[in-house]
Ligand binder design. Structure first.
Ligand code: NAP
Length: 275
């Protein structure tokens, strides 16, 4: 059974596969393996340079297209009105799909008016290129601004989230507005595996620290998209729906958040980190 979260009509599987840094044949093979293991949600982006291989893995798995939730993201250098639809069509061509399930704005771009970008993103949905639209790395203030400008529902905000980072304010803003939260780096790039508290709590359930981190998130209704290129970790990361953390365990994990816990320290400034 696929566990899903329902946000404004979008049924998003709680577990997805992250694909950043997966490339070439290894990427296609990993996507195929994940789908065979039961994953039903794949997260990619035009910036990851692997949409072609994600599409190949999807077709090789023989899992019917309609059973898989595919997310991709538009890079901020393509947020101008005339660029955005072209970027979305480029992603679909590489994926060899007629529509994605979710199309996100990858990072805020302060150089282009949000009204212009949200208008273009809404049109892409109206034109049938994406079933749902949303944002990523948006602050509370930007979420509120975006919701006022979008002509179609914004179904999620994809943000860095794991036990070492307090995201309670932005999470509360998403909840208040009916948006799903999608947690990226949900095992802190592997850091959750080595944490003593997570390992101890995991041992009590016969699970690893990485599994405890993922469980802590999904038990709050937060979607997780862990990345792995190894079958053993792909299997481990999907075995998170057969145990439950107690309220004291949930609180103890929440207390691990600290200043400096953020991993992804990036702000789009128009410089061509990737373009
Ligand atoms: N929207 C955004 O701006 C944004 C930013 C960053 C990431 N993302 C998305 O979120 C996805 C996940 O985030 P992430 O890739 O940054 O980090 P992550 O999923 O927290 O961690 C990935 C790392 O953890 C290792 N790992 C995976 N499963 C493990 C396990 N069970 N035990 C120990 N180590 C494990 C992986 O190595 P192995 O391959 O060896 O397993 C890999 O090095 C990305 O791939 C991408 O799709 C989005």
């Amino acid at each position: 059974m696929t566990h899903v979260v329902d946000a404004k009509g979008a049924r998003i599987p709680l577990l997805g596969l992250g694909t950043w840094e997966l490339r070439g044949r290894a990427c296609a093979r990993t996507v195929e393996q994940a789908l065979r293991l039961g994953y039903r949600h794949i997260d990619t982006a035009e910036m990851y340079d692997n949409e072609r291989e994600v599409g190949e893995g999807l077709r090789a798995s023989a899992v019917p297209r309609e059973q898989v939730f595919i997310t991709t993201k538009i890079w901020p250098s393509h947020f101008a009105s005339h660029e955005l639809a072209r970027a979305a069509k480029g992603s679909l061509a590489r994926l060899r799909l007629s529509e994605v399930d979710l199309l996100l704005l990858h990072w805020p771009n302060p150089q282009i008016p949000l009204s212009e970008t949200l208008g273009a993103l809404s049109r892409v949905k109206q034109d049938g290129l994406a079933r749902h639209i949303g944002v990523s790395n948006f602050t509370v203030a930007l979420i509120e601004e975006a919701l006022g400008l979008a002509r179609e529902p914004l179904v999620c905000n994809q943000i860095e989230m794991h036990p070492f980072l307090d995201q309670s304010k932005v999470t509360a803003a998403c909840r208040a507005n009916g948006m799903a939260v999608v947690a990226y780096s949900p095992i802190a790039r592997g850091g959750a595996k080595n944490d003593a508290v997570l390992a101890r709590i995991g041992a009590a359930h016969g699970k690893s620290g990485a599994q405890v981190s993922l469980r802590w998130l999904v038990q709050q209704g937060i979607v997780v998209i862990p990345r792995s290129g190894r079958v053993q970790h792909l299997s481990e990361n999907c075995a998170i729906f057969d145990f439950e953390l107690s309220a004291p365990e949930m609180a103890e994990i929440r207390a691990l958040a600290h200043r400096g816990g953020r991993i992804v320290d990036y702000a789009y400034s128009g410089s061509p980190k990737w373009d």
